[in-house]
Design a protein around this ligand. Structure first.
Ligand code: NIG
Ligand code: FE
Length: 416
């Protein structure tokens, strides 16, 4: 049996439960002083305070520091060819995100680079990104396709995600996002592309079990609410759980769709109207908010306080992608969660752990430090939770534990 005992935890902080937490419950965190966690075969076997049990176990000394669940990044566009640093100058000259896309750049230039890349090149590049994420405390991530926009390249991206899930310590949840933009070949044939998605791509993705979720970029100039509904319903018929990029730039009805299609999460929600908040509250949808994208786009921030007030569970994620958020740093997202969304550190912690796990249908197995869940833990260079919202720009992880094994953090070398 593989046993580790994390001892000398100054403060253990975790949300509790196997479901998303909304409203006041989002801010309810269990704090244990002077704690220990026993892990067996990659799962949490016991949690306690005071004298740790005398077990045959490898000891990991947390040196009086803060321990939280491993972070969950519930929204990334991990697999892409190239970067888009050339867009910075355009942005600085005032050209907007949607203008760049309408001119054939933006997402479409990443599509070109992703189509040209081999599966191995995409794998190696994403592998480096996952290494970095793990160092920053992320132990599970979601990853989307959406830079192929043809059957072959979408499947190529999803196969890379599957291979990464198998070969990298990080656990990945795959999302099919063929509806990320209209590909150039279908510029004058929207209906043709919608049929390709609904009648060919979705059945194929489902048949090969390459994704759990289906997502749509519901945005002015991209896919309408009606088209989004059609795609998500097609996905549902094949067992893909709906997610939706909604209200990122213009509110065209995406968040209101969540209730009708039974979306597990809605993403962005920067300009989410009150009707959208009501729909999400009624549907139990997780609002997956992406503050580093607001930061990078220079836009406003999602109305997270209104969401919490309405009882909508809020998750925080990176949105890592080459266009609207070229950062995978979830610690920066945590800073912005507190400083821009005005979340308390407790709400923020639930947002990057349990609610993020719920957004990817994994709240049963990750997102909190509780017996039976996976032994995914972070020991922080911090004495308390406030420090995680407060310190900026440094990587504060000491030890990152994934399924009971030390996989990252500044002190990783001591435990290898
Ligand atoms: O979530 N909004 C749509 N998709 C990404 C951006 C993708 C890109 O610009 O490459 C997002 O922001
Ligand atoms: Fe996104």
């Amino acid at each position: 049996m593989n046993r580790i005992l994390v001892t000398n935890i100054g403060l253990l902080a975790t949300p509790e439960g196997r479901h998303a937490r909304g409203g006041a419950a989002q801010g309810r965190i269990r704090f244990l002083k002077d704690a220990w966690v026993l892990c067996e075969n990659g799962r949490i076997a016991a949690v306690g305070t005071g004298e740790p049990p005398i077990e045959e176990a490898r000891r990991i000394d947390a040196a009086g520091c803060l321990v939280t669940p491993g972070l969950v990044d519930a929204h990334t566009h991990l697999i892409f060819g190239g970067w888009r640093q050339n867009e910075l100058a355009l942005k600085l000259r005032g050209v907007s995100y949607l203008e760049i896309l309408a001119a054939g750049g933006g997402i479409l230039s990443t599509v070109k680079a992703t189509r040209e890349a081999t599966e191995d090149e995409l794998f190696d590049k994403a592998c480096d990104a996952l290494d970095e994420m793990l160092e920053l405390g992320v132990t599970t991530a979601e990853a989307k396709s959406g830079y192929g926009l043809d059957l072959e390249t979408e499947l190529k991206q999803l196969r890379v995600i599957r291979r990464l899930d198998e070969e990298h310590p990080m656990d990945l949840a795959a999302t099919f996002l063929g509806a990320h933009a209209l590909p150039p070949e279908y510029k004058d044939d929207r209906e043709g592309y919608l049929r390709l998605l609904c009648e060919e791509a979705i059945p194929k993705v489902a048949e090969e079990k390459l994704a759990e979720f289906c997502d749509v970029f519901c945005e002015r100039g991209v896919f309408t609410a009606e088209e989004s509904r059609r795609i998500l319903e097609a996905g549902r018929r094949y067992g893909l759980i709906p997610k939706i990029h909604a209200d990122e730039i213009e509110p065209i009805g995406g968040s209101q769709l969540t209730k009708e299609v039974g979306a597990i999460s809605a993403e962005h929600l920067i300009v989410c109207p009150s009707e959208g908040i009501e729909a999400m509250a009624a549907a139990g949808t997780v609002a997956c908010c992406l503050p580093a994208t607001s930061f990078y786009l220079g836009s406003t921030y999602a109305p997270v306080r209104d969401m919490v007030r309405a009882g909508v569970p809020v998750a925080l994620a990176s949105d890592f992608n080459p266009g609207s958020c070229p950062s995978l740093n979830l610690q920066f997202v945590m800073n912005l969660g507190c400083l821009r969304y005005r979340m308390t550190p407790e709400e923020m912690l639930t947002g990057v752990t349990l609610n993020a796990a719920a957004a990817i249908h994994r709240a049963e197995s990750i997102g909190s430090i509780e017996t039976g869940k996976l032994a995914d833990l972070v020991v922080w260079d911090a004495p308390d939770l406030d420090t995680l919202g407060y310190r900026m720009g440094s990587n504060l992880t000491r030890i990152v534990i994934k399924k009971g094994k030390v996989q990252g953090g500044r002190l990783r070398g001591l435990f290898e």
